[in-house]
Design a protein around this ligand. Structure first.
Ligand code: PRP
Length: 187
């Protein structure tokens, strides 16, 4: 894998800007769930860094759980239009206030499928918090209750978003320079 510095076109959202916005989201969410009774559901894997930082900024008592879905075939980037659960929740969400935490909403198919599935489990409420919203790519009309940043249609990585599985650990969101980046299989 190439060094990220060699394929970074620009830093789209730097670390202090990310953290400041997450603090605001945490305050907003805390105010909306003053009694606690909230369950944050992180959609693996991209949502992990955001979920961790957001959870620390939510002062209302809350629980966390994780689920994984697969919406794309191996090696494909086209949406299949539905998501398959590959790791289900540990917790029963019946009667719970649920907030889904995602790194990015792109076509919207992942969130749409997860919402459809979780609604059948009869939570008390079901909302969505996405760090990044890329509306130009939307195919499914999904409600996003809390948005960190609306971004242009660029290939972004870092802070949970991968570049062929690498660099989810970066503390900023960057744009890939596609002229300089060679995917591992093509090197
Ligand atoms: C990414 C991201 C969202 C989804 C958004 O996940 O984390 O879950 O794609 O795309 P959509 O709005 O077009 O459905 P991905 O399937 O790449 O898995 P990952 O989180 O493990 O990287």
């Amino acid at each position: 894998m190439q060094n990220y510095q060699d394929v970074l076109a620009e830093v789209l959202i730097d670390a202090p800007t990310l953290q400041a916005r997450i603090k605001e989201l945490g305050a907003q969410i805390s105010a909306h769930y003053p009694d606690g009774d909230l369950l944050l559901i992180c959609i693996l894997r991209g949502g992990v860094p955001f979920m961790v930082d957001l959870s620390r900024c939510i002062t209302a008592p809350h629980k966390i759980d994780f689920m994984a879905v697969s919406s794309y075939g191996v090696g494909k980037r086209e949406s299949s239009g539905f998501a398959r659960v590959t790791l289900d929740l540990q917790m029963d969400i019946h009667g719970q206030h649920v907030l889904l935490v995602e790194d990015i909403v792109d076509s919207g198919h992942t969130i749409a499928s997860v919402l459809d599935m979780l609604k059948t489990r009869q939570p008390k409420s079901l909302k969505v918090c996405a760090l990044l919203d890329k509306p130009e790519r939307r195919e499914a009309n999904v409600p996003i209750d809390y948005v960190g940043f609306t971004i242009p249609n660029k290939f972004v990585f870092g802070y949970g978003l991968d570049l062929d599985e690498y660099y989810r650990n970066l503390d900023f969101v960057g744009v890939v320079d596609l002229e300089k980046y060679t995917p591992p299989g093509e090197a």
